[in-house]
Design a protein around this ligand. Structure first.
Ligand code: ZN
Length: 348
């Protein structure tokens, strides 16, 4: 067999690790050097390292209120000091031997867990406004022009063919950016994001409207990677990312921001989708030598493509004829795919 293939999926005892190894490795009918099985999926050194990273690092991501960080890391300088199940203790020895590494608890830099000044100021009602002012000043204004298309989904509408069904909800208050007396029409240019954001199930009757502006709309673009001369701990860019990737506990901040932006004369906001996190399948706030990749020029374009954007338009733009309904379709979900991977279960 190829000397470069050192292990196979059958070498591992942990079922999650075995299944993940099958996805990463390559087929090769010869016997495994390590366990002599012929039916396992073989792994070379590079693939063994990918498996370790995906399983132990990505698989141990922890999400506090804001931010996210893996709990486990590995490198060639440290000895293994994490407590795992018996089967994983056995499996981990294979990685130690082949990669010459140890697995340990990762002490994240605190900004990864939301210890960022502007983000903390946003959580404090007294200091919030000063950050809102900066957001308007530092993020770019973009124009959504006539004839550009985006989508809006409705689940079980009463009258699917009626255009007003696709306007903003007449009962605002439940979403990230709408509040009582502040209606918001949510949409996206990415249909898959719309489907996710609506949390549809296969039983739902789903309809999708293709919408287009009837006049140029002025939007605040919060997905742009802004240039900043400061550390991660002072970054407005990271604060906004974390605000929009946080769940419901953060809504009181985004709702107030939304009202503020409207009062400043904008027609709406472009913001990062919560599902950017899930769909791109990577560590939420990756770093190189402890520096956020969002702040490294060579990574910027890549980081930007990882952000999937959503659109929020203020008021009732269909009723007010600033948005036109170009088309309405029924949307049939053939199946819902869950993308998943595995991680370790630690023992306390
Ligand atoms: Zn094997």
């Amino acid at each position: 067999m190829n000397l470069k293939e050192k292990l196979c999926s059958e070498c591992f005892t942990d079922q999650g690790l075995k299944l993940l190894a099958e996805r990463i490795g390559i087929e090769n009918p010869e016997n495994c050097i390590n366990c002599s099985n012929s039916n396992g999926i073989k792994l070379n050194i590079e693939q063994i390292e990918t498996l370790a990273y995906r399983f132990f690092v990505v698989g141990s991501i922890f999400k506090p209120d804001y931010g996210a960080s893996p709990i486990i890391q590995f490198n060639e300088h440290k000895k293994t000091n994490i407590k795992l199940s018996k089967s994983l203790q056995k499996d981990i020895k294979l990685f130690e031997k082949e990669l010459g590494v140890g697995f340990f608890h990762y002490g994240p830099r605190l900004w990864m867990l939301g210890e960022i000044e502007p983000l903390k100021d946003l959580q404090d009602k007294k200091t919030r406004k000063s950050i809102f002012k900066r957001i308007i000043k530092e993020f770019p204004t973009v124009l959504l022009k006539e004839n550009e298309l985006f989508y809006r989904i409705r689940i079980n509408p009463e009258n699917p063919g009626a255009e007003n069904e696709y306007d903003s909800s007449p009962y605002p208050g439940k979403g990230r950016l709408d509040s009582e007396n502040h209606q918001v029409l949510y949409g996206s240019q990415d249909l898959e994001v719309c489907i996710h954001e609506c949390r549809v199930t296969v039983e739902d009757e789903i309809y999708v409207a293709t919408l287009t502006p009837k006049k140029t709309l002025k939007l605040l673009d919060l997905t742009e990677l802004i240039d900043e001369e400061c550390t991660e701990f002072e970054s407005l860019d990271l604060s906004i990312q974390m605000l929009f990737l946080a769940s419901k506990h953060s809504y009181e901040i985004s709702k107030e921001l939304s009202l503020y932006v409207k009062d400043k004369g904008f027609d709406g906001i472009i913001y990062p989708s919560f599902f950017s996190l899930v769909r791109s399948g990577k560590i939420p706030f990756p770093t190189v030598y402890g520096i956020s990749t969002r702040r490294i020029p060579q990574y910027k374009e890549f980081e930007k493509t990882c952000t999937i954007w959503n659109l929020a338009l203020f008021g009732s733009p269909i009723k007010d004829k600033t948005i036109g309904v170009k088309n309405i379709n029924k949307l049939v979900l053939n199946r819902i795919i869950y993308d998943y991977q595995f991680g370790p279960a630690e023992i306390n």
